[in-house]
Design a binder for this molecule. Structure first.
Ligand SMILES: O=C(O)CCC(=O)C(=O)O
Length: 413
């Protein structure tokens, strides 16, 4: 598994942080601890996360490193919670991520749940620089936890009792008045010339229907086994534009129990979250659609999950990138407006949500307040399991779940 070598990693950054902390922030005490931590780590053999985690007899250096990491963890956590998130200095986020890693792998209690919680926090609150190492450690811990047991035989997956949504091949009827163009497995050339280049939306059938996620992700036991323990950010409230909206970190398993299985009074939505980056084994359940490789930059798409109960609503907005939206479980209603309709859609003023309409719920519009809205021309569709929708950059879209639902978006440039 992970070939993380603790002593080598430490040297990579610590002296750089010391310079910044000493010069710019109230970091004297942190610098002192960092120096001592580096010294302890240097005395460790070139040891991997897995070796350190499994070591029977912890050496004195390991115990000291743990104590020092604990002090730094407390200090950097405090620094992360002073004032607005956007102004938190990068260096404290880096220190926080690094010491979380050292703290976890030198912990004698070897509590996998707690270790995963701390490392998930480090991924969410840290920076890119330690992400890869931390994700590798998380994957290792998951493999220890599940013992590499493959529970995912067809028999288990087929059990009705464990399903999120009882399969229904028939799309909810009477919902769509102005249907969007639809094609079965268009060739790359057709997709590029007729849709991507002229920036026209398209409902694509038959591409994602055989992906393993179609069966696996409709199974509650699967989710609990593969990521039930992992910490994820949940949006609470009817939509991100409403006044009652907030965010909360919780374990995916608890989210499923509280917001998906039982129907909570308030909506909880795991929205736009890079869960497949956080839990890389989920990548085995999908394929990257080849349309995403029609890229100007050769970059891989950014993949986000949208996992929520019936009636989640993402208000009318647009994004700057190409999007292949894949419906994995349940049904969703999607309405699309071309960029040329923008003036009738009342974009928000200010910088925070200027890609979002002021109209919170387009199914209940106050036409006195928003009179031009009724003249805006739109297309719509209902997407079901295995359907894929191409949303061009700048295209306004509104999304509502008609059922418990899981979707993926692949954004690329
Ligand atoms: O599924 C949703 O709720 C919203 C999806 C979306 O807005 C997107 O993929 O850009």
């Amino acid at each position: 598994m992970t070939n993380l070598a603790i002593d080598r990693l430490a040297q990579r950054e610590i002296s750089h942080w010391q310079t910044i902390l000493q010069k710019e922030y109230d970091g004297q005490a942190a610098c002192f601890l960092l120096k001592k931590l580096l010294k302890e780590l240097r005395t460790l053999p070139r040891i991997t996360f897995a070796e350190l985690w499994n070591e029977q007899e912890r050496s004195c250096s390991v115990a000291n490193a743990h104590k020092l990491a604990k002090g730094l963890l407390t200090k950097s956590w405090e620094e992360l919670h002073v004032g607005e998130w956007s102004v938190v200095p990068q260096v404290w986020r880096e220190v926080y991520a690094f010491v979380s890693l050292v703290f976890v792998c030198t912990d004698v209690s070897r509590d996998i749940e707690e270790a995963s919680r701390l490392l998930d926090l480090a991924v969410l609150l840290g920076t890119e620089s330690w992400k890869e190492d931390i994700l590798a450690c998380l994957e290792y811990l998951e493999s220890v936890r599940t013992g590499y047991v493959s529970l995912w035989s067809d028999t288990v997956l087929q059990q009705q009792a464990h399903r999120l949504v009882v399969d229904s091949c028939i799309a909810p009827s009477g919902v769509v008045k102005y249907p969007l163009s639809e094609r079965h497995r268009p060739s790359l050339e057709t997709f590029f010339n007729q849709y991507m280049k002229p920036q026209l939306p398209l409902l694509i059938k038959g591409v994602a229907t055989e992906w393993p996620c179609i069966k696996r992700w409709n199974n509650i036991v699967y989710w609990k086994q593969i990521a039930g323990n992992r910490l994820v950010p949940i949006e609470i409230g009817s939509s991100y534009m409403s006044e009652d909206w907030s965010q909360q970190l919780m374990k995916l398993g608890d989210f499923i129990d509280k917001y998906i299985i039982q129907s909570s009074r308030r909506i909880g939505y795991l929205a736009q979250h890079p869960l497949l980056e956080q839990v890389p084994s989920l990548m085995n359940d999908i394929q990257i659609p080849e349309y995403c490789y029609l890229s100007e930059t050769n970059s891989l798409p950014r993949i986000h999950i949208w996992f929520g109960p019936k009636n989640t609503r993402t208000p009318l907005h647009y994004d700057a990138q190409h999007n292949l939206f894949v419906q994995v479980v349940g049904w969703k209603y999607i309405r699309l407006y071309a960029p040329g309709e923008s003036s009738k859609l009342y974009p928000s003023e200010g910088t925070l949500h200027k890609n979002t309409s002021l109209i919170d719920d387009i199914e209940q519009v106050d036409t006195e307040k928003y009179p031009d809205y009724m003249d805006a021309v739109y297309q719509e569709c209902v997407v079901g399991s295995g359907d894929m929708l191409y949303i061009p950059p700048g295209y306004w879209h509104y999304v509502k779940a008609l059922d418990k639902s899981i979707s993926l978006s692949f954004w690329w440039t």
